[in-house]
Design a binder for this molecule. Structure first.
Ligand code: ADP
Ligand code: TRP
Length: 344
């Protein structure tokens, strides 16, 4: 039976937060477990290099992202997990793709258009940003990927990948598999501690891998309204409740909803002030849920980051597996184009 290959990349920009976990990591790990599927997940450090200018940060974030995925449950036996810069076939293929990619495809790409819209002139935009979609096409096409799950913001990049593959196939015959994008429009938007979309760029993230005291402090900072202590709390669209709901089981959720609706810890236990339920209690419930839910992941993350060599060894194994799969595909393209030099 033929396997369906699922592939996606993650840019190493800081350690993942709760929004990344719920919106991207958890769904990707669920996909990886499906029968007849093989999943490829890589750390897109070459893409990060288009914008970062700090070597120390790039090194740190690459390991932090790898450690976080492993801590959250990525099984390197089930998923081919690698670092983009470990695979020389990727930039080599990117060059061959560049040679058939019309400049017009890239002129229209969002990343470049956004940079020009910000008022940046061509002289101020590096070529890596311009060529970003070609490198991304190489990531995908090198592995004969069938399906590429991405967020809405990556839709156009996927279309460019498909066009580049078709273009190369048009010139040289059927060489590349044209992948399919899987864009989840339904992905919920996880709110950050200020109620806006949780995002590193908003500085409102909850890092669930933080040690407990720090996690508690962040949860305490969640913005809430000024409902008087003891009055019922509104839960619809409210941040503490929204976050709780993502991770709680039904019994926990029903209990919290009851407390919100009544303003009482135990709705059946009367109106004494000790039984009042306010924002402080709601936040404690959320903190305890996050603490318990991610206890194991937090311990694994601490263990992995204390031993970076263990992360390196996982990536090393991923590199071998990934290159063994990538080489024949690269060779196919190399042969079709008429190049006679070898990469290794
Ligand atoms: P950030 O906005 O913090 O820079 P990224 O843009 O690196 O996060 O997001 C990586 C992935 O995590 C995205 O593909 C997206 O699906 C998911 N993601 C990020 N923030 C959220 C959020 N607040 N809610 C749901 N999913 C999110
Ligand atoms: N550009 C993607 C992002 O910013 C990351 C990425 C790089 C990627 N190469 C990829 C995603 C290949 C899917 C497939 O999120």
């Amino acid at each position: 039976m033929t396997e369906t290959r699922i592939l996606t990349g993650i840019k190493p920009t800081g350690s993942p937060h709760l929004g990344n976990y719920l919106g991207a990591i958890r769904p990707a790990l669920e996909l990886a477990g499906q029968p007849n599927h093989r999943s490829f997940l890589f750390i897109a450090d070459l893409h990060a290099a288009t914008t970062t200018r700090n070597a120390e940060h790039l090194r740190h974030d690459t390991l932090a992202v790898a450690a976080a995925w492993l801590a959250f449950g990525l099984d390197p036996e089930k998923t081919v997990f690698y670092r983009q810069s470990d695979i020389p076939e990727i930039p080599a293929l990117a060059w061959l793709l560049s040679c058939v990619t019309p400049m017009g495809f890239l002129n229209r790409s969002h990343s470049y258009k956004d940079a020009t819209a910000k008022g940046l002139k061509a002289e101020d935009i590096n070529h890596g940003v311009f060529a970003y979609p070609v490198l991304m096409a190489a990531d995908i096409l090198l592995f004969d990927a069938d399906v590429v799950p991405v967020g809405k913001d990556q839709k156009q990049h996927l279309e460019i990948t498909q066009e580049i593959a078709r273009k190369l196939n048009f010139v040289y015959g059927d060489v590349l598999k044209v992948p399919e994008a899987r864009i989840d429009d339904q992905v919920m938007t996880i709110p950050g501690i200020d109620g806006q979309k949780m995002s590193k760029s908003h500085g409102n993230t909850i890092d669930v891998l933080l040690e407990e005291a720090a996690l508690k402090k962040v949860v305490r900072q969640i913005t809430t309204n000024s409902t008087p202590f003891g009055d019922p709390l509104m839960w619809e669209g409210e941040t503490v409740f929204s976050l709780y709901r993502q991770l709680a089981n039904k019994a926990q959720l029903d209990r919290l909803r009851g407390a919100y609706a009544s303003g009482r810890k135990d709705p059946a236990a009367g109106d004494a002030e000790e039984n009042f339920f306010g924002w402080g209690h709601a936040k404690s419930e959320l903190f305890e849920l996050l603490r318990d839910r991610f206890r194991e992941a937090r311990a694994r993350f601490a263990e992995l980051t204390a031993h970076p060599e263990s992360i390196e060894s996982v990536l090393e194994q991923g590199r071998e597996t990934a290159r063994a799969i990538a080489r024949p595909v690269y060779d196919r393209v190399r042969g079709a184009v008429g190049l006679t030099g070898r990469l290794w």
